[in-house]
Write a protein that binds this ligand. Structure first.
Ligand code: GLN
Length: 345
C-alpha cells in the first residue's frame, strides 16, 4: 500500500509493524505533508528520466544513495535512518526490506520517502519524522513536545524492575511514581513488566501528557496508570507514599546545552533537557520529595549524566534519608543512574 495518498488521510505515515493502523496525526502536519508530497510528486514526474541515470530505483539503490546522503549530513546511523524511513514509506518492517532489495517501490512510496529524506537531511530526528521510537522493545509515539526516548533510559527500567523484585517480599502491588514522564516510556514500560503495579506519572507539559496517554492506551495499561499535569508531585495527593519513585529528569547544564547537536536543540523540547547552571537542580528537588513521599525501604531511581554523578551522590547522602546510595553504569561504562533506598524513619 502506498502511504499518504489514500483518501483517508489518517492512514498517513502509519507504522510498519501494524501496531497502529490509525495514528491520529495533528491536522497541520497532515496538511503540510500532503502539500509537500503533492509538490514533490510533480517534481518527481518532471525529473523521472534524468535523476535515475537509467537504472531503476530499487530498494537497495535507494538505501545506498540515502545512506551516503545521510552520512554526508553527519548522521551517526545513516543506514539505520535510511532503512527506518524506507520501511515506513513502504509500510513494511525493516526485515522485509532485506528480502525486497531488487523490487522497485511505487511512485507514491518513493515520493513519501523523498519527503522524509528531505526532512532528515535538514536535521529532523527520524523518530519525529515517523512519529514513533522503539524503547525496551515497545513502540512509543513521540512528538515535538516530548523527549525522544534514549537507550540509556532502558537501564532505569532494568534497575526499577530489580528493585521492585527486591521489595516484593513486603509489597506485592507497589505504587510507582514516574516524575517528568514525557512520552510515558518509563511509566508504561514498568506497567507492562510489573502487572501488579499501580502507577502515577506527572509532567508539566499538557502536550506531552496527551502523547503519554495515547501510548498508555495503545499498550493497554491505562487502567493502572494515572497521569497528572503538575511540577514533580505537587498535584498528586494519592497515594500518600510510593514504593518506587523513578525519574529521567532534565539534567543537562546550560553550558552543555549549547554544545548539543543542533538537531537536538532544534527539534526536542529544551525544558525536558536542561536543568540549570549545575545540572543537578531538578535531581536535588526529586531527592527532597522522597523525604515525605517514599515509603521506608522504597527506592528512588534517577537518570543523570556521568558529569554530575558524584555531585548527585553527595546530594543524596547529605539528604540523610537513604541507607543505600549507589551509582549504576550504563553499557558504555558511564555512571548513568542514581539508585537510593529509603531508610527507617
Ligand atoms: N521520561 C521521559 C523519557 O525518559 C521524558 C524525560 C524528560 O522529559 N526529561 O524519555
Amino acid at each position: 500500500m502506498g502511504v499518504g495518498f489514500g483518501s483517508d488521510q489518517s492512514q498517513f505515515l502509519c507504522e510498519g509493524n501494524g501496531y497502529c493502523e490509525k495514528l491520529p496525526w495533528p491536522t497541520e502536519l497532515i496538511k503540510l505533508s500532503h502539500s509537500y508530497l503533492q509538490e514533490a510528486r510533480v517534481n518527481q514526474t518532471e525529473n523521472r528520466n534524468s535523476d535515475s541515470g537509467g537504472a531503476p530505483w530499487t530498494v537497495l539503490r535507494l538505501l545506498q544513495w540515502t545512506t551516503d546522503f545521510f552520512r554526508s549530513k553527519g548522521s551517526d546511523s545513516p543506514r539505520l535512518d535510511a532503512e527506518i524511513l524506507l520501511s515506513h514509506a513502504r509500510n513494511c518492517s525493516r526485515v522485509e526490506l532485506y528480502t525486497a532489495y531488487a523490487s522497485v517501490p511505487s511512485d507514491d512510496e518513493r515520493v513519501a520517502f523523498r519527503e522524509m529524506v528531505r526532512r532528515r537531511g535538514s536535521g529532523m530526528p527520524v523518530a519525529q519524522i515517523v512519529g514513533y521510537r522503539e524503547f525496551y522493545s515497545l513502540s512509543f509515539r513521540v512528538s515535538e513536545a516530548t523527549l525522544i526516548p534514549r537507550p540509556e533510559t532502558e537501564h532505569l527500567i532494568v534497575e526499577a524492575i530489580d528493585c521492585a523484585k527486591e521489595m516484593s517480599s513486603f509489597e506485592s502491588s507497589p505504587w510507582i511514581m514516574d516524575i517528568g514522564t514525557g512520552s510515558g516510556v518509563i511509566a508504561i514500560t514498568l506497567a507492562k513488566h510489573l502487572p501488579q503495579s499501580r502507577i502515577v506519572a506527572t509532567d508539566i507539559s499538557a502536550d506531552a501528557l496527551q502523547i503519554a496517554k495515547w501510548n498508555a492506551e495503545q499498550h493497554g495499561v491505562s487502567d493502572r496508570l494515572n497521569f497528572v499535569q503538575c511540577d514533580l508531585l505537587s498535584g498528586v495527593s494519592q497515594p500518600d507514599r510510593f514504593s518506587l519513585i523513578c525519574s529521567n529528569p532534565p539534567y543537562i547544564t546550560d553550558a552543555e546545552y549549547s554544545e548539543l547537536d543542533s538537531s537536538v536543540r532544534e527539534f526536542e523540547p529544551k525544558n525536558a533537557l536542561v536543568s540549570g547552571p549545575k545540572g543537578t537542580e531538578i535531581i536535588e528537588r526529586v531527592i527532597e520529595v522522597c523525604r515525605d513521599r517514599l515509603v521506608t525501604g522504597g527506592f528512588c531511581i534517577v537518570e543523570m549524566s556521568p558529569m554530575i554523578a558524584e555531585s548527585c551522590r553527595a546530594i543524596a547522602e547529605d539528604a540523610a534519608i537513604f541507607d543505600d546510595v549507589k551509582l549504576v553504569k550504563d553499557l558504555a561504562g558511564h555512571q548513568r543512574l542514581l539508585s537510593m533506598r529509603r531508610q527507617q524513619d
